[in-house]
Design a protein around this ligand. Structure first.
Ligand code: NDP
Length: 422
């Protein structure tokens, strides 16, 4: 009979400022979401002025918006369960088993697009969504809190080996924030994997489309070039993420982080409502864009995408099949775990080339909003902080995993994200 596996060791170092830091984040993240949405809708749209006045409760909360959001989650959950696409195995767990995941996010995006297209042809007033963003964001925040509470309680019903390495500190607030259980599931339905790329990411593209349609209505039928670029770039990002869905099975979010408030709020509330800030800004503060400037922005986006996709594909191919002809010739460093580290190609340029590409794309899809306001660039600042912090977390985990080999990699590839700068 298989021996029960012990829980992962309690984290020796607490992240995000420990219980106090995570308690603050529980308040600060929803407050920032509300503040940014309100600022974006205000006339001056200034991040440097005091927060705009709170609107009446009826503007912040609506049962209709909450119902719409639940229907959206239900639709995406139903699509997730359809027997489409292939089924892949995740990385090996502590108990030596591997979970199975449906790789059908791209098909779900296609079916959602079909349903939305049919709805639009039948007169669905999708543009009205742009007036529901505040109550939708409040509902998403409420759902994230409720879901995290249920996940926290559920984590006490699973064997200790199912806990996440970072989220079982024993402190209620800290564990609620980081997530205690690594892969909470109901049968084949994996809650974390479902939330990572589907309702929030596809929701982001849908909100952008609604904002574009509303802008087109205001302008007599045609959206602005700036709105078109923002929608096009961000749609490509969402499509790319879902096309390469299998790649998330090897990310820190799936392998290391538990499912708690951090990911639930991030996936369901932050991504759709904060990542669509540029389109929200353009609806409220129209910008004109000259063709040569638009061309230069497209070029910048293309460079970012080339680096981002090239780096991610190279590492994923190498991890799945190191003898694949596209990566077999790259120089590597052996490690004590049997795995090797790439030290040439994209991963020989900096230690996180994929983050560099992601940041260039973030800048490119903020530039169509002009340079007079700071708010459309909030994403670039926030994302820089997120990726620098994420890179630091990842480096510490890699040092633990690979020891001396990781030190050698760092000395041979000294820059983290930007060559010769950082
Ligand atoms: P990464 O895809 O960057 O993976 C990091 C892991 O890669 C390490 O833990 C290590 O794992 C492996 N690795 C590191 N260096 C090497 C090397 N030299 N050779 C081989 N393997 C190496 O992790 P993320 O999950 O952070 O990022 C995935 C993508 O998602 C990125 O493009 C990122 O920009 C994007 N992202 C986007 C976010 C958004 O909100 N838009 C948020 C977060 C990420 P191991 O050795 O165990 O394989």
């Amino acid at each position: 009979m298989a021996q029960p596996q012990p829980a992962p060791p309690r984290p020796s170092e607490l992240e995000f400022g420990g219980p106090l830091g995570t308690a603050l984040l529980l308040l600060l993240l929803p407050a920032s979401l509300l503040h940014l949405l309100l600022t974006c809708q205000s006339g001056p749209c200034s991040l440097l002025r005091p927060p705009p006045e709170l609107p009446p409760v009826s503007a912040l909360w609506s049962p209709r918006a909450a119902l719409l959001l639940l229907l959206w989650l239900g639709l995406q959950a139903g699509l997730y369960l359809l027997p489409l696409g292939k089924v892949s195995e995740g990385m090996m767990l502590r108990d030596k088993s591997c979970l199975k995941y449906p790789i059908n996010g791209f098909q779900c995006l296609g079916l959602t697009a079909l349903l939305v297209g049919l709805g639009l042809a039948g007169g669905l007033p999708l543009g009205n969504l742009s007036e529901l963003l505040l109550p939708l964001a409040s509902a998403a925040t409420a759902i994230a809190f409720i879901l995290s509470l249920l996940l926290y309680l559920k984590s006490f019903t699973v064997p200790p080996s199912a806990l996440a390495p970072g989220g079982n500190s024993g402190n209620v607030i800290y564990d609620f924030f980081l997530g205690r259980e690594l892969n909470p599931r109901f049968g084949f339905f994996d809650l974390k994997y479902f939330c990572e790329l589907r309702p929030g990411m596809i929701g982001w593209a849908l909100i952008n489309l609604a904002l574009l349609l509303r802008e087109a209505e205001h302008q007599g039928g045609c959206p602005s070039l700036a709105m078109g670029l923002v929608n096009g770039f961000q749609l490509l990002y969402v499509v790319d993420a879902l096309w390469n869905e299998e790649a998330i099975l090897t990310t820190m979010d799936i392998i290391h982080d538990g499912f708690g408030f951090m990911l639930a709020f991030g996936d369901l509330a932050w991504v759709p409502f904060i990542y669509s800030l540029q389109a929200q800004f353009l609806l409220n503060h129209p910008q004109s864009l000259e063709l040569p400037v638009a061309g230069a922005i497209c070029l910048l986006f293309a460079i970012g995408y080339y680096i981002f996709r090239g780096a991610n594909t190279q590492k994923n191919t190498f991890r799945r099949n190191p003898s694949d002809p596209s990566v077999a010739g790259l120089e590597t460093i052996p490690t004590a775990t049997g795995r090797r580290l790439l030290v040439s190609g994209w991963w020989g340029m900096v230690r996180h080339p994929n983050y560099l590409g992601d940041l260039i794309m973030a800048l490119a899809w903020s530039l169509p909003c002009g340079v007079k306001h700071l708010l459309p660039y909030f994403y670039v600042f926030y994302f820089t902080v997120l990726l620098v912090h994420r890179e630091d977390r990842d480096e510490r985990q890699c040092l633990q995993k690979y020891g001396l080999a990781w030190r050698e990699y760092c000395s041979r590839v000294p820059y983290r994200i930007i060559p010769y700068v950082y």
